[in-house]
Ligand binder design. Structure first.
Ligand code: ZN
Length: 235
């Protein structure tokens, strides 16, 4: 009995120590095997969460809210057609909003004094004419809507229907009419340096992600009505 007690006193803690030692190492081994899997699943879960935030319903909701706020279509803002009584003919086939006539003609006169000859290519365009320009050329050129919208506004979305937009060329380099190369003409250089004095502004610069750069297309912002029309665009 006494001997048994001695053995037990000695052996039980030893057995416990061995048991604990063994169980600790197997637990550690199990953990080491499971850990990479846990890490893998955790990473996948995190990645899915992040990509859902970027492309999932969250992102779409934000995008919708943003595009619905200003009612853009393919990057173009909607514009109402100017009432006929506010249109004036400044030369054959070129009609503009009466508010911008004087400033536009003055700008051409001042350019002439500097030896630069500006020519007006297109002013007011009705929504019907814009429809023709957008859909007919889209079909002839076999373009999809987004492709077409890079170079032409959909009907109801053109600054030209407000009467406050004007396409300008250089009378000495007509081959650059409606071409990006217009930016290399004296006409464009002059406009870049002077148009703001006459309240004209380039509408589609090189930073626009939906619409191609149009160095020939200028809009008037020299009256309250014009500023109201382009308020959203300037926001
Ligand atoms: Zn234009």
């Amino acid at each position: 009995m006494e001997q048994n007690e001695e053995i037990n006193q000695f052996d039980i803690p030893l057995a416990k120590r061995i048991y604990l030692k063994n169980s600790n190492s197997t637990l550690l081994k199990k953990l080491l095997i499971i850990l990479p899997f846990l890490f893998f699943f955790f990473s996948i879960a995190v990645l899915r969460l992040v990509s859902n935030k970027e492309q999932g319903p969250f992102f779409n909701l934000n995008f919708k809210a943003e595009s619905n706020l200003d009612h853009r279509i393919l990057g173009h803002l909607p514009y109402a057609e100017i009432p006929k009584e506010k249109l004036v003919l400044i030369e054959p086939y070129i009609e503009v909003h009466i508010d911008m006539r004087d400033s536009l003609l003055k700008m051409r006169e001042e350019a002439k004094k500097d030896g630069v000859y500006l020519v007006f290519l297109s002013g007011y365009r009705s929504i019907d004419l814009q429809k023709e320009i957008f859909y007919s050329l889209k079909s002839i050129r076999n373009q999809d809507a987004a492709e077409r919208a890079r170079v032409s506004a959909p009907p109801g979305y053109s600054e030209h229907s407000t009467g406050f937009a004007i396409d300008i060329g250089d009378a000495t380099q007509r081959e650059t009419d409606f071409e990006t190369e217009f930016e290399n003409t004296e006409g464009f250089r002059w406009l870049k340096n002077n148009a703001a004095k006459f309240h004209f502004k380039l509408s589609f610069n090189k930073n626009n992600k939906h619409i191609d750069y149009e160095p020939w297309h200028w809009r008037y912002e020299g009256s309250i009505e014009a500023l109201k029309v382009f308020e959203r665009s300037n926001r």
